[in-house]
Design a protein around this ligand. Structure first.
Ligand code: GLU
Length: 442
């Protein structure tokens, strides 16, 4: 069967770097196997999911370079879940429970006091039809639990290797809330079956869900997909990213001017044995990244590594690729790009650097360099200029004044560019031209 994967974000916020990881790992896997990629909005939690967040996720995903073959929204697929619900009820695998949160809390505390694990005691399975009728007459609405087999569920994880989840140590999971809405667990399985998902690649925080969900796949007649659980990306402090706290959303990075390929590379290759370095494209990563390379240890985001990678991508970026963005900033010409790209960490930095060429620029002239610079002005060679002009000019200045090294070059750089660092002066001089240089020298 051909590979079909899905990435299933809950649209309860903008996606962060940690969410980009499964989004892209699934994409790489699909590309490598010529498979299909489904974007599934897990929006059954109507209170927290919004269409705006869903649209934002689509936008961020497309910015990262992923184009799903299909988009589905769980909120539009309730009929499928209702059918599955009825089948599970008929099979005796889904049962109504009436305990309130308080009652459940008390049960858990009591179990702890007795030194037992706080697992749901299945008291609701003992209720007779009359008991249920009485509870409903009192105004209680049932929530519904899936009756687990309670056994070691084994699966071969394509990332972590053979896994066992013992569902005997788990509470029967609630699949339907008292208000009738579905939690994520059942719709996910129903969709995976309906959409022909062959591989479920997601974070390792879902390993125990997988145990439960394999039982549900089997109860619904499968097929059970292959699972892979990747290590989670944490922030620089080792904390999980959180949509709620709005930490480092993909959109934030985009607005700060990072390259999508830098974000995609850092989000996926951190915590793998494939180096975080420039790749030509997402496909170039997809060709190289094998799940065996995903570390079983942690994956900590390093902002300095992102900056370094982003800079390298810009330093190697050909003019044709940069041209549309340059011209939207009023900058034209390959020579400008080749001169300035070396200095960029993020593309928008070019606005600052381009001031050196197009102004406004305040020359910096120290009083003790005044005479030297006046002489430099007088000795500026006539045009036409080329890349050798700088060498001729400074050589003449050196022999005339005896200055050399920093004492020779720094005052010239400060006067011509207003700063200590920056593009190579031999190229800059040609782009500036004689008139601009005369204006900047005293
Ligand atoms: N909506 C779930 C999440 O964001 C999806 C998990 C899964 O891939 O099954 O964690």
């Amino acid at each position: 069967m051909s590979v079909t994967v899905r990435w299933a974000p809950s649209p309860t916020g903008r996606i962060h770097l940690g969410n980009a990881r499964p989004a892209l790992l699934n994409w790489f896997f699909a590309r490598r196997h010529g498979g299909r990629y489904v974007l599934r909005m897990d929006d059954t939690d109507l209170a927290r999911s919004t269409r705006d967040f869903a649209d934002g996720i689509e936008e961020d995903l497309s910015w990262l370079g992923v184009t799903p073959d299909l988009l589905v929204r769980q909120s539009e697929r309730t009929d499928l879940y209702d059918t599955a619900r009825d089948r599970l009820i008929a099979a005796g695998r889904l049962y109504p429970c009436y305990e309130t949160e308080d009652e459940l809390d008390r049960k858990r505390s009591r179990a702890r006091l007795l030194g037992k694990p706080p697992i749901y005691d299945r008291a609701a399975l003992e209720l007779s039809a009359e008991d249920r009728a009485r509870l409903e007459a009192e105004g209680r609405k049932p929530h519904w639990r899936f009756k687990l087999d309670g056994r070691p569920v084994q699966f071969d994880d394509v990332i972590k290797g053979p896994q066992t989840v013992n569902t005997a140590s788990m509470s029967d999971p609630v699949l339907i809330r008292a208000d009738g809405s579905y939690l994520y667990t059942l719709p996910s399985v129903v969709d995976d079956i309906d959409l022909g998902i062959t591989h479920v690649i997601r974070g390792e925080d879902h390993v125990s869900n997988t145990g439960t969900q394999i039982e549900i796949f089997e109860a619904l007649g499968g097929p059970v997909p292959t699972f892979g659980h990747h290590n989670l990306l944490t922030d620089a402090q080792g904390q999980g990213f959180s949509k709620r706290l709005g930490s480092q959303s993909v959109r934030d990075f985009r607005e700060e001017g990072y390259e999508p390929l830098a974000i995609a590379t850092v989000a996926t290759l951190t915590g793998t044995s494939l180096p975080v370095e420039p790749y030509a494209s997402l496909d170039a990563i997809a060709e190289r990244l094998d799940f065996s390379m995903v570390s079983h240890g942690s994956a900590r985001f390093d902002p300095a590594e992102l900056d370094g990678l982003n800079a390298k991508l810009l330093h190697a970026m050909p003019y044709e690729e940069a041209a549309p963005r340059l011209s939207s900033m009023g900058l034209e010409g390959e020579a400008i790009w080749l001169l300035l790209r070396e200095n960029l960490v993020k593309f928008p930095d070019i606005a600052e650097w381009s001031k050196i060429l197009v102004g406004p620029m305040e020359p910096v002239i120290a009083p003790e360099d005044q005479d030297f610079l006046a002489l430099a002005k007088a000795l500026l060679p006539p045009e036409p200029w080329d890349e050798t002009t700088w060498g001729h000019w400074t050589e003449t200045l050196k022999t005339t004044t005896g200055r050399k090294g920093k004492a020779l070059f720094l005052p010239l750089r400060m006067a011509l560019t207003g700063r200590h660092d920056g593009p190579e002066l031999k190229s800059l001089l040609v782009l500036l031209g004689r008139k601009a240089c005369l204006d900047r020298l005293p």
